[in-house]
Design a binder for this molecule. Structure first.
Ligand code: BGC
Length: 732
């Protein structure tokens, strides 16, 4: 029945209408004139798009979020299209639409699939209410280079964690009623030097074992869409790669949804020096497997009608787009209820989900002498310091467009709200985040927020902040990066705290007032000094619109931190790339001697993160002790909270294959579970390790293999877990 409807439509379509169905236009509701950053004229572009709608030659739009406007454009499309085919509205709903959740890396740092799923379901509910059918998320690119700004959009360095987070996000978005579009296929995070959009050269061994697993997990979770990557992968642009988009994605993994190019990536096939021109780019992209072209300006797919040899590929792509529309119910109900949308956007429960996600994602890096949680009952005064402490725009992070700053709770607001009347809370920014302003591609949605650049007397402000710290019982310093220093097209060549923030931190700590550092970031920063001298360090990321309230919950102990690092935190940028799952590669005694001028170890290990509890691990067992290559073992461990407070802990399992057909990483995450334990409580946690966890893709066999070998297994609270045992996989 459904197929017939699609076939009927297809039969009646002209080549130009088919090409139109395969085109997605940016529709900017931007104030102002031409935007040089995007090369788009904000006045001309909407007119051109509306003309295409009138001709029935547009399949999808992006960047419209107002429900009345969506209905208006939808009407133009339905009435303009001879078959009444409605538009698919797509948008970057990355960490919330109106309710801003913590940035994706923060949600992932909860290591809690439920939190992630719930958060993205809220984002989806808001999006669907306004008429958005599909999000360009989750970004599931593995990121092993923190210079790359888009590390903030993903789940860090590890394929196993990345796969779990990818699947949770797909369930959240799609359960909430919109199509999820995992991106950017594939290996976009491996850009040379961490420079966004630069080429990636990744061995097949790494592609299959490291970069692909989150995509595969997203496909298995039912993702309806995949977005291609911009860059050249091993010499071929990812957006023109038949191997990636058809051989791997469709033929090997059985993906049945539709593929969209990244913005302008089809036309860019020419820029790469791959396609001869836009017509060649269009023909090769559609044959490679790009169903829908995301076009910033003139679409390349307008050339498809002149390329009859692409007919079958075009028809297959049109079918996929129509199927998506049919499944969403759009062919029957294209419009939205704008009043209902406004109610949903205001739902207070959504704010509660955002606040809980921010609490769960924060990572307590250090807590000497149990400085945290603060006891509000015993404190007379708190100095809140640093320019990010009261910046609403920075608190919500990059990749948000429809936020409401009025409802954003900064760290200062949160502390003021939670400290109670008896505690004097005073604020001094002290310094600018940076003396330089960093222009970003997304500044039209809020760029740097310098503190009154004309009137800000940094010497006087610095001194005032230090005086305030000296006169207070505790100092809370918020330091990090402006939100537009990270994200797309925001790579950095240094990981240092920008501007004079470190200097401020040092001067504050030197007053002798107990100091807490809150790090506002999306990438690891150089915290070598703080890690030795500042007793408490809490990574709060960009915690979202309820972030300040969540941070106050953690500071005063209404909740305990329990997030864990999802990347290896380098000491300095010179150690990059540094990830825990490397191979041994030489004698163990030389592991610590890789650099002449710096230790080989990171500042903080992958999986590290403290809480207000204290956890011990005991009674590790593996059963049976030996299995056949297809056998499954059960690993079990007892975790006890010996501390005095209820707290979460992420129990992590790491595996190592001692010998085999390849040298395998010293450790690989193969299981995790977030538990919450009361003081004195013990919980037995179990994991199963079967062929799926032991197999790896072998470079010479060019296939997945399972070796008979001795395996080490460790269980604990980070990748440096010491409690370990072994089991055997026997060749029987
Ligand atoms: C980004 C994508 C994004 C798209 C649409 C591109 O520049 O790479 O991740 O979805 O723009 O905003």
């Amino acid at each position: 029945m459904t197929d017939e409807r699609i076939e009927d439509l297809l039969r009646g379509m002209t080549p130009a209408q088919k090409a139109g169905q395969l085109t997605q236009y940016f529709y900017f509701q931007l104030p102002g004139e031409a935007d040089p950053a995007l090369g788009v004229d904000a006045g001309e572009q909407p007119r051109a798009v509306e003309a295409a709608l009138g001709r029935g030659e547009a399949g999808s739009l992006l960047f419209v979020t107002d429900p009345d406007e969506i209905n208006r454009l939808q009407r133009l499309a339905v009435e303009g299209n001879p078959h009444g085919i409605p538009l698919l509205f797509g948008y970057d709903v990355i960490h919330g639409l109106r309710t801003i959740l913590p940035v994706p890396i923060a949600m992932a740092a909860s290591w809690d699939p439920e939190t992630i799923e719930r958060g993205q379901a809220v984002a989806a509910r808001e999006a669907r209410a306004v008429g958005i059918h599909w999000t360009f998320a989750p970004m599931v690119d593995i990121a092993r280079d923190p210079r790359w700004g888009r590390i903030i959009e993903g789940a860090g360095e590890d394929p196993f964690l990345g796969a779990a987070v990818a699947a949770a996000q797909v369930r959240g978005f799609q359960g909430g009623g919109i199509i999820a579009g995992p991106k950017h296929f594939a290996a976009y995070g491996a850009a040379l030097g961490g420079r966004d959009y630069d080429e990636a050269n990744v061995s097949e061994y790494e592609l299959w074992n490291v970069y692909f697993p989150p995509f595969r997990a997203a496909v298995e979770a039912g993702a309806g869409n995949i977005m291609t990557a911009y860059m050249d992968l091993n010499g071929v642009p990812a957006s023109g790669s038949h191997w990636l988009l058809t051989k791997v994605l469709r033929e090997t993994w059985g993906f049945e949804g539709f593929v969209v190019s990244d913005a302008n990536a089809v036309k860019n096939l020419e820029t790469h020096g791959f396609a001869a021109g836009p017509a060649d780019a269009a023909a090769r992209a559609v044959v490679a497997g790009v169903d829908l072209e995301m076009a910033v300006s003139e679409p390349a797919y307008a050339h498809l009608p002149a390329a009859p040899q692409t007919g079958d590929a075009v028809d297959a792509s049109v079918r996929r787009i129509l199927e998506a529309k049919l499944r969403l119910g759009l062919l029957d109900r294209p419009y939205v209820d704008a009043d209902r949308a406004r109610e949903i956007l205001a739902d207070p429960q959504h704010r509660e989900v955002a606040r809980e996600a921010a609490r769960r994602g924060a990572v307590l890096l250090r807590n000497e002498g149990d400085l945290l949680p603060l006891d509000a009952g015993r404190l007379g005064s708190i100095a809140v310091l640093g320019p990010l402490a009261d910046s609403k725009r920075d608190t919500i992070g990059p990749w948000v467009f429809d936020f409401d700053l009025d409802e954003t709770v900064t760290v200062l607001d949160g502390i003021r709200g939670a400290a109670g009347d008896k505690v004097r809370v005073e604020y001094a920014p002290g310094v600018q985040v940076s003396q330089r302003v960093f222009p970003s591609l997304f500044d039209m949605f809020g760029g740097n927020t310098p503190l009154d650049p004309e009137g800000f007397d940094e010497e006087a402000e610095f001194a005032r902040a230090v005086r305030l710290a000296a006169a207070s019982d505790v100092a809370v310093v918020v330091a990090g990066e402006w939100q537009n220093m990270i994200g797309e097209a925001a790579s950095r060549s240094s990981l240092e705290l920008p501007g004079r923030q470190l200097e401020l931190l040092q001067a504050v700590a030197a007053t002798g007032t107990p100091t807490v550092l809150l790090v506002m970031n999306g990438r690891p920063l150089d915290l070598r000094w703080a890690a030795e001298h500042v007793p408490a360090i809490l990574d709060i990321w960009y915690p979202g619109s309820q972030g300040g309230a969540a941070v106050a919950d953690l500071l005063f102990g209404a909740a305990s931190p329990g997030g864990k690092l999802l990347f290896t935190w380098p000491r300095t940028v010179g150690q990059v790339p540094i990830h825990y799952a490397h191979t041994r590669s030489h004698e163990p005694q030389n592991q610590g001697r890789r650099y002449w001028d710096e230790q080989s170890t990171p500042l903080y290990a992958f999986g590290h993160g403290l809480s207000y509890g204290r956890f011990t691990y005991d009674g590790l067992t593996v059963e049976p002790a030996a299995v056949a290559p297809d056998g499954v073992v059960t690993v079990s461990v007892e975790v006890t909270n010996t501390g005095g407070r209820e707290a979460p802990e992420v129990v992590q399992l790491y595996l190592h294959q001692r010998h085999g057909r390849a040298s395998r990483p010293v450790r690989e995450l193969k299981g995790f579970e977030r538990v919450v334990l009361a003081p004195g409580e013990t919980r037995r946690v179990q994991f199963t390790i079967g062929p799926a966890q032991r197999q790896y893709w072998h470079p010479a066999e060019r296939d997945w293999v399972l070796d008979a070998a001795t395996f080490d297994v460790w269980v604990g609270g980070s990748s440096t877990a010491e409690l370990g045992t072994t089991f055997e996989v026997e060749d029987r």
